[in-house]
Design a protein around this ligand. Structure first.
Ligand code: ATP
Length: 490
């Protein structure tokens, strides 16, 4: 009898409910605090129902033969136990409970439609929560068809099958209204909607997603060939790639969940996340978990759910969570806030149960502060430890970065450079290389030579010196709990 629909998309949900009401031959009555209960079909308002209690009185008066769908919009503030007096919320909660029992005796249901989940504990067992997903490809196809019809006279809409697919793909992850706005923007430019608008739509979507505060599209530049070393990890990724195929599912392979990369800073964890998206040809969404936590009641969970919903709508995609410890450090300890625990709970449940092809690549530098439940087997497909590069890997890192800067590695003494950079992270090697190039450039724009780099190396303290104890502690931790990303021998 009581259903809580979590969604920002009032208009879309209401349209669906209207259809359901029609199909089931029921009357749809929509309540807002400004108009009270209004019949969706006739637009007629029920008298004196604008107060929440008055509206619930009306629900309680539903006759046994009554077939209604009641929708309460923005009702959550009236259930808020933390910011309201008990004399305000207690009667509302009580009446909702009574309504739940009463509606069982009728053919009616009551929906609470809100973007925020706020359920008093007294109602937890009575309410079913439904998360309304964002529009999928089929919904967006209908949306485009609507535009084609509506603008047939005023604009040229030319969508062959490929453009259509590219546009619907680019719109995934947006609400219906956002998608409409983006299409309008594309149309307004030149009164045309065609293949030339795909990049505009993608960039508009990027901005909308960024506005949500936690997610951001990341450009795909680096591939697996841009990672020096980490051979075992790369081989594992090559195998994993095929687990997304439909044939893998029919073969009995569980859909892949995600990968946790832990280890020494600057050794290629983030680089790997980017390279996976590139290699698997999936969009890369960066999830800033630190920004999930907000000030208002329920805001943090709402942010987490919203990010999950967006990622699921865009799937298949890679969800890259950089510095996992920024979100979940210390969950479960005595200073931990209730919001952090709930957000963590939402995340971990999703990680465990998700079926959509959102592949999570999480990175962490400080595993000791992460909750142990997160590291338990079965949460992630695998936990890899990324250590400082060994000699062979340092050679590869040098080669990769020389190549990226248009230099021929054969003209340098890579062996010596790799020897001299023992204890350096990949990021340190890149920094030495940049400085060497700057030196040569300042010195009459001449080509750099091995000695330029060796000179800089002599003046630099490697990461292994500055973080000695932390690196050792990490290695100790990883020995029994994680797989090595590299072939161990130098
Ligand atoms: P942090 O934890 O500090 O974010 P990280 O392990 O994620 O560190 P990255 O951000 O991936 O490190 O590395 C920084 C930069 O260093 C990369 O963009 C890349 O240019 C270079 N780099 C690090 N490791 C490698 C590697 N194995 N091969 C090639 N380049 C590397």
């Amino acid at each position: 009898p009581l259903i809580y629909i979590l969604s920002f998309e009032e208009r879309r949900v209401e349209r669906h409910l209207q259809q359901i009401a029609k199909d089931l031959n029921k009357r749809l009555l929509v309540w807002t605090v400004t108009r009270g209960l209004v019949d969706a079909a006739t637009g007629r308002a029920e008298k004196d129902t604008d107060g929440p209690l008055a509206a619930l009185e009306k629900v309680l008066a539903t006759p046994p033969s009554g077939a209604f769908l009641y929708v309460l919009k923005d009702f959550h503030p009236f259930l808020d136990q933390e910011h309201r007096w008990v004399s305000d919320w207690a009667p509302t909660v009580r009446k909702l409970r009574d309504a739940a029992y009463h509606l069982l005796e009728t053919s009616s249901s009551l929906f609470i439609l809100s973007p925020v989940l706020s359920i008093p504990v007294e109602l937890e067992k009575e309410i079913t929560v439904l998360e309304f997903p964002l529009p999928d490809r089929e919904d967006l196809t209908h949306l485009l068809a609507r535009f084609e019809e509506e603008y047939a006279q005023r604009a040229t809409i030319q969508l062959d099958a490929r453009t259509h697919e590219a546009i619907t793909g680019a719109l995934l992850g947006l609400t219906e209204m956002e998608a409409e706005n983006v299409i309008c923007r594309a149309l307004i430019n030149d009164r045309r909607l065609d293949a030339s608008d795909v990049s505009l739509i993608i960039s508009e979507k990027g901005q909308i997603i960024r506005k949500s505060g936690t997610l951001e599209f990341h450009p795909l530049r680096e591939g697996l060939e841009d990672i020096g070393g980490l051979r075992l990890l790369k081989e594992w990724l090559e195998r994993k790639r095929f687990s997304f195929d439909e044939s893998a599912a029919t073969f009995g392979i569980r859909p892949p969940r995600g990968l946790l990369l832990i280890g020494v800073p600057g050794c290629g964890k983030s680089l790997t996340a980017k390279a996976i998206a590139h290699a698997w040809r999936m969009p890369l969404l960066r999830f800033d978990i630190g920004k999930v936590f907000g000030m208002w009641l329920g805001q943090s969970e709402q942010n987490m759910r919203r990010a999950i919903r967006t990622a699921e709508a865009i799937a298949p995609c890679i969800l890259w969570i950089d510095e996992l410890e920024r979100g979940f450090a210390g969950v479960g300890n005595e200073w931990d806030s209730a919001a952090t625990t709930r957000v963590f709970g939402t995340f971990i449940t999703w990680l465990q149960e998700k079926v959509s092809p959102v592949y999570i690549v999480a990175t962490a530098n400080d595993v000791t502060s992460l909750p142990p439940e997160l590291l338990r087997k079965g949460r992630f497909d695998e936990i890899f430890f990324v250590d400082l590069p060994n000699k062979h890997e340092r050679e590869e890192v040098w080669r990769v970065h020389l190549r990226c800067r248009g230099r021929n590695a054969a003209q340098f003494d890579i062996q010596r450079l790799a020897d001299a950079t023992e204890g350096y992270a990949g990021a340190d090697i890149e920094a030495v290389l940049n400085e060497g190039l700057e030196t040569a450039h300042a010195d009459g724009k001449r080509q750099p030579v091995t000695d330029d780099f060796l000179k800089i190396i002599r003046q630099t303290l490697p990461l292994s010196e500055t973080m000695k104890d932390r690196i050792e502690a990490m290695r100790d931790w990883a020995r029994t709990r994680a797989r090595s990303a590299s072939v161990l021998k130098d």
